[in-house]
Design a protein. Structure first.
Length: 238
């Protein structure tokens, strides 16, 4: 529908749809700017579980839980619990990642009519002792989803907060991590150096290279390590 000032709005433009679990949809208008519509009656999540240590059963807080081949992403709470909405029937891959732990991916059968319980038991990466071999490096190159996302650059700037970006390197490589806008222009360079294999985490406070808060819109995190490149989308709201 067109945003023409009428209440709530009128003027049919085209048919569009969203996932039934969507909470927010962001609509960009060239004249009026970025608008946020909130859907407060979305269905409850039907993928639930707990992320915990394999050895002790202790809760792992702040773990990324996501569907590698789809869009939903969340993080576990202080008790290790998480919820993800997914309302398609059939098999889906669910992954969990946490700093200091080996990630895991499970193939589960999901039904749209009930709750599917998916628990993760992650193993800690070993802390090397002097003279001992280093633990094995991550098996794959990966840029994990940023969190929080979407976020307000002005709110983060006022509170001294930042959105967190994590990535994995399977081998030594020259690494460059950048924030780019919709036109592909570089907004901020966060990492530009050679790094060993391992897991890394950096923060972006929503500011550009000059220190100014970025305007509302869609941005891209671009990670390049040698010849490998991955991107993730970030949305900045007012």
């Amino acid at each position: 529908y067109d945003l023409n000032g009428n209440a709530p709005c009128s003027g049919y433009s085209s048919t569009w749809g969203i996932y039934p679990f969507a909470r927010n949809i962001y609509v960009s208008d060239m004249n009026l700017g970025l608008h946020v519509f909130e859907f407060d009656q979305h269905p409850a999540a039907n993928l639930k579980g707990r992320v915990q240590e394999a050895a002790t059963g202790a809760a792992i807080a702040g773990a990324y839980v996501y569907l590698p081949e789809e869009f939903p992403t969340t993080r576990s709470d202080a008790d290790g619990n998480y919820e993800l909405p997914w309302f398609k029937e059939g098999e889906v891959r669910v992954a969990a990642e946490a700093r200091g732990y080996r990630g895991d991916t499970l193939l589960v059968e999901v039904t749209s009519s009930g709750i599917t319980q998916v628990d993760f038991f992650l193993q800690k990466t070993a802390t090397p002792l002097a003279g001992r071999p280093q633990p094995s490096a991550p098996r794959d190159f990966a840029l994990l989803p940023g969190f929080p996302n979407p976020f307000s650059a002005s709110v983060l700037a006022a509170k001294g907060g930042a959105t967190r970006l994590a990535y994995r390197l399977p081998e030594l490589a020259p690494v460059r991590l950048e924030i780019r806008n919709m036109l592909g222009q570089r907004v901020r360079t966060l990492v530009d150096r050679v790094q060993n294999a391992g897991e890394y985490q950096v923060s972006w406070d929503g500011r550009d290279e000059t220190g100014r808060p970025c305007s509302a819109g869609v941005y891209f995190v671009k990670l390049q390590a040698g010849a490998q490149v991955q991107q993730q989308r970030l949305t900045v709201v007012k």
